[in-house]
Design a protein around this ligand. Structure first.
Ligand code: C5P
Length: 311
């Protein structure tokens, strides 16, 4: 995450992620699933601009970059950016001993208009909404000078979603456990280039998890973490795994077709990220990724991007 001042505004660029490994260890009593997952941060960013306004309160506007696909981004209270703002204000009012459920307008904080530029595809398994929520927590904490420590932001992040915490720490590679919110930073041995594509249809995370079936023996993240630390690209495919791929393929033929296209296009290592529907292929070089991307674009119908995973 990159935070910078721009006049009276604050601007935060916040990245997407790819899951290079995702094992589901079981269902929990709270309805979530226990996970072991390896997430790599990639160089595709949403941008949040926090602009002071004369009137109090928080507003949100969204600008979606061209070619991002058909899934609409909500601008109402269901958007995680506004949920993050609400939660942060509640916690602030609580620390002042005031009614935490007072309106945003009455909170006594300067008004802010948040302009969100979406470049990360929605319902793709790339963590766009979660990344935006993390950026809202960090950005508003700074914009309003609230002084919350990282541990406080992490507590709020875990209430917003399972993938929000990983974006707070800005680590290139993380091993995540629990629901996904327990983060350990891990070394990434080299820079990788990756081509990512999404079919026209997105997938709902909840729906994909509902179709997951327990397997006999869970796989372990250690081999893929070792390969990533040592930069062993050709071996990486043997460690790459996603337990949600099977349920995602059940829900959408497009995922299987895309994975086939990525392999045919020459991807050394390929897989699906998160709960899909985006899939990736790691290439030997930037040029190899550009060639793969050109083939996928020529086929038509996909959102396609080339990006870097780096230390
Ligand atoms: O945590 P988040 O709100 O991003 O999760 C969206 C949905 O995905 C949850 O409501 C749940 O159905 C499912 N999920 C899960 N186990 C996880 C993470 C998400 O079942 N570890």
């Amino acid at each position: 995450m990159r935070v910078r001042r721009q006049g009276a505004s604050l601007v935060v660029d916040t990245p997407a992620k790819l899951n290079l490994f995702l094992e589901v260890l079981g269902r929990r009593s709270d309805g979530y699933h226990s996970l072991e997952t390896v997430m790599v941060s990639v160089g595709l960013y949403d941008t949040l601009q926090f602009v002071p306004t004369a009137t109090p309160g928080v507003s949100l506007s969204v600008c979606t970059s061209r070619g991002l696909g058909d899934v609409p981004c909500p601008v109402d209270d269901s958007n995680l950016v506004l949920k993050a703002a609400r939660l942060l204000v509640e916690r602030h009012l609580q620390t002042l001993g005031r009614d935490p459920f007072d309106t945003l307008e009455n909170a006594g904080l300067p008004g802010v208009a948040i302009h969100l530029t979406k470049r990360i595809p929605l319902q793709a398994g790339m963590g766009g909404g979660s990344s935006d929520a993390a950026a809202a927590l960090v950005g508003l904490n700074r914009f309003w000078n609230l002084g919350f420590a990282s541990v406080d932001l992490h507590e709020l992040a875990s209430r917003l979603g399972s993938d929000v915490n990983v974006f707070l720490d800005s680590v290139p590679l993380a091993l995540c456990r629990g629901r996904g919110e327990q983060i350990e930073s891990r070394p990434l041995g080299r820079r990788y280039w990756v081509v990512v594509a999404q079919p026209p249809v997105g997938l709902s995370t909840a729906a994909v998890f509902r179709h997951w079936q327990p397997q006999a023996a869970p796989r372990c993240a250690t081999p893929v973490l070792q390969m990533l630390a040592q930069g062993r690209l050709p071996d990486l495919q043997s460690g790459v795994f996603n337990a949600l791929q099977q349920p995602a393929e059940l829900l959408s033929d497009e995922v299987s077709q895309l994975l086939g296209q990525l392999r045919d296009a020459g991807g050394v290592v390929s897989g699906m990220t998160g709960s899909g529907s985006a899939c990736y292929a790691i290439g030997q070089t930037y040029r190899a990724c550009q060639t793969m991307a050109a083939r996928l674009r020529a086929r038509g119908g996909y959102w396609v991007g080339v990006m870097r995973c780096s230390t």
